[in-house]
Write a protein that binds this ligand. Sequence first.
Ligand code: CP
Length: 327
Amino acid sequence: MKPLFKNKHFITLEDWTNKEIETLLATSKTLKEKFKANEKTPYLDYKTGFLMFFEQSTRTRNSMEAGLAQLGGHANFLDTKTMQISHGETGKDTAVILSSYGHMIACRNCFWQVGNAFINEMAEHATVPVMNLQCDLYHPFQGLADLMTIQEVKKTTKNIKVAIIWAYATSHKKPISVPLTQSLLFPRFGMDVILAHPKGYELPDWVIKKAKQNAKEHGGRFTVSHDMAAAYKDADIVIPKNWGSWASNASDDVIDEVLEANKHWKCTEAILKTAKSDVTYMHALPADRGHEVEDAVIDGKHSVVYQEAENRLHTAKAVMALTMGDK
Ligand code: CP
């Protein structure tokens, strides 16, 4: 497989054209078929990638580690608490050194108003592709896997109503990067996207402006609502998920009055019945079961959460195979 996008950074899908994203998706599909057929895919023989994590992960870490091994390479997991970054070493120095040891640097850093800047600092100085494993603003690997899943399940992305809906959760103050990525990406593929949330959980103004512009340029739609019932009504896809009030309140506190006033923003069997009869329920996971969603929904016939999580592997492999190359 030729690294068609050799050394192109994967920090936000906003930097990738629709045509390039379609190539990533086609490659993901091929790699998925080969994986299921137990075919070897040694496209990155002897290549090394570095996975830096400032936060916990199940899907992202393991899809990258397993994915690079399945492509013939090796991924080196780095808990940043054990790196000299924790003593103040810069992103620049880290990126220059790791570039000289291998073929890719990937990083998860979700600290508000820090993470994206840190990953971009590394990208500026790296000589290998830098991949964003989720930051305070973007989660491009999740967005790509979500798009692949929608294509698989719905066969089309055009003119389907996709509701990205805030949901109540108490586990931790989650980044806005998943709904932000979906809001920017899905209208580019012709979807009719509604972003619904209680007051206090706004995404930044520039995101709304850009999502509307993306919709206009690509024949999709993007609207914002505070009406949960309207978001579910006749939806083809619902994506109820918690995110923190970062844009209006940078505090790390998980539970506050605004959160507690919105416990009723939960995906229940009852509200799901107001969507289309073949509605698809999606969630990036991990889900806060019982708070964000009833077990009967996430474990029910409309849910594709495990397919969505599996697609993280195939899309991760596609991005690595097409961007990592010889020195
Ligand atoms: N969806 C997702 O990024 O999962 P992890 O936090 O487990 O990587």
